[in-house]
Design a protein around this ligand. Structure first.
Ligand SMILES: Cc1cc2nc3c(=O)[nH]c(=O)nc-3n(C[C@H](O)[C@H](O)[C@H](O)COP(=O)(O)OP(=O)(O)OC[C@H]3O[C@@H](n4cnc5c(N)ncnc54)[C@H](O)[C@@H]3O)c2cc1C
Length: 345
């Protein structure tokens, strides 16, 4: 069999799967399978929540990113038969045959066995999750009467974010800034309240002290209440709780490069390589106006870091033409947050 006829089947169109497909384009008969029609640049889901970026910036359709060298199939993988080299998709008449299989189906939300968490809290990993959270925040604001007492405003607008890693900090500061802005615009009395709950003795435990200084300042500035050494054991009704997830796209991104090299080597009888994960730095979104970035051992904070984060992430988006379109849009049209307007406004 000629190498260009080898069937390379990639399951999952996230950082691992999509970047592998882009690298492997033309190296064989490449098919990418995903259950969504779009890629999602998850590190900027917070900016999508706040309206600083739009869906097309961070969630481009696969068909815009892939050319004729990669076939895209939308479908849910339900069965993988490694022995017969067959993959079944729900609703598809025939299973897919492969010579090389790439498994990049990502992770699922882990509720860590906390009672009530799956039923009553909101996950935050897809565009739909972000839309849902934005709608819930707006509905909660809409329920506050203009003459409500400060305590009633606070009770109606209390949100808890579970997990005080980078994701929890980014999400809570973003929510707090959005809510504070909306309370001010609607001239409500009192304040919204956003809590972040962490079972370790400090927030962002894996990060160095320099970047933590920016994190602490941002939490203070956004008036996020932090609870460390606190473990959530149960989620009850009448609460808006958002669990966050840790993990890194950096790893999946680097694995995609190694993987495409190894798939090509596997098909041509070449040498398979291994590689150590390289820490590329940290880039946090802190509220709607600040950020913190750690690159090459140097830490930057404030509004400049927010801009630096946009610049860094522009380079990490898939394909040069998408990077160019998005970069131009951010540069010329700006990246200001979109206020939480009353529903139906
Ligand atoms: C809100 C948020 C913020 C994050 N921020 C950062 C950050 O700042 N920096 C960082 O390094 N990492 C960050 N991460 C983590 C990062 O996004 C993940 O590590 C990365 O996406 C993993 O890539 P992956 O390809 O393994 O999986 P994913 O990107 O999750 O891709 C999996 C793909 O498989 C598809 N799929 C799943 N099941 C099926 C099925 N049965 N059939 C067909 N298709 C299926 C999914 O739709 C998806 O397209 C963040 C994650 C989240 C949720």
């Amino acid at each position: 069999m000629a190498v260009q006829d080898a069937k390379i089947l990639i399951l999952g169109g996230g950082f691992g799967g999509l970047f592998s497909a882009l690298d492997l384009a033309g190296a064989g008969d490449v098919t990418l399978v995903s259950d969504e029609d779009h890629f999602l640049f998850k590190p900027m889901l917070y900016e999508y929540l706040s309206g600083e970026v739009e869906a097309w910036h961070i969630a481009p359709d696969y068909r815009e990113l892939l050319d004729e060298r990669v076939r895209f199939v939308r479908g849910k993988v339900t069965k993988i038969d490694l022995k017969s080299r067959l993959v079944t998709l729900s609703g598809a008449a025939e299973p897919f045959v492969y010579d090389a299989l790439v498994l990049a189906l990502g992770a699922v939300t882990n509720y860590a066995g906390v009672a009530g968490a799956e039923a009553l809290s909101l996950p935050f990993r897809t565009l739909a999750d972000a839309n849902n959270l934005r709608r819930l925040m707006t509905e909660a604001l809409d329920r506050v009467q203009p003459d409500a007492a400060p305590q009633d405003t606070r009770d109606a607008l209390t949100f808890a974010v579970v997990g005080g890693g980078a994701s929890g900090v980014e999400l809570s500061t973003k929510m707090a800034d959005l809510l504070r802005d909306a309370v001010k615009r609607r001239a409500l009395r009192g304040e919204a309240r956003v809590l972040v709950i962490e079972m370790a003795d400090r927030l962002v435990p894996g990060m160095g002290h320099q970047i933590r200084e920016f994190v602490d300042a941002a939490l203070l500035h956004s008036r996020v209440e932090t609870f460390t050494d606190t473990r959530v054991v149960r989620v009850a009704e009448q609460g808006d709780v958002v669990p966050t997830l840790q993990g890194t796209a950096q790893l999946a991104f680097q694995q995609a490069g190694l993987l495409s090299h190894n798939v090509k080597a596997f098909l041509t009888g070449g040498h398979l390589r291994s590689k150590h994960f390289e820490e590329l730095g940290e880039a946090l979104s802190l509220g709607t106006e600040h950020g913190a970035v750690l690159v090459g051992g140097k830490v930057l904070g404030g509004a400049v870091a927010r801009q630096a984060r946009f610049a860094l992430y522009t380079q990490r988006l898939p394909t040069w033409h998408h990077r160019l379109r998005v970069g131009a849009s951010w540069f010329f049209e700006g990246t200001k947050a979109r206020p939480l307007q009353p529903l139906g406004f």
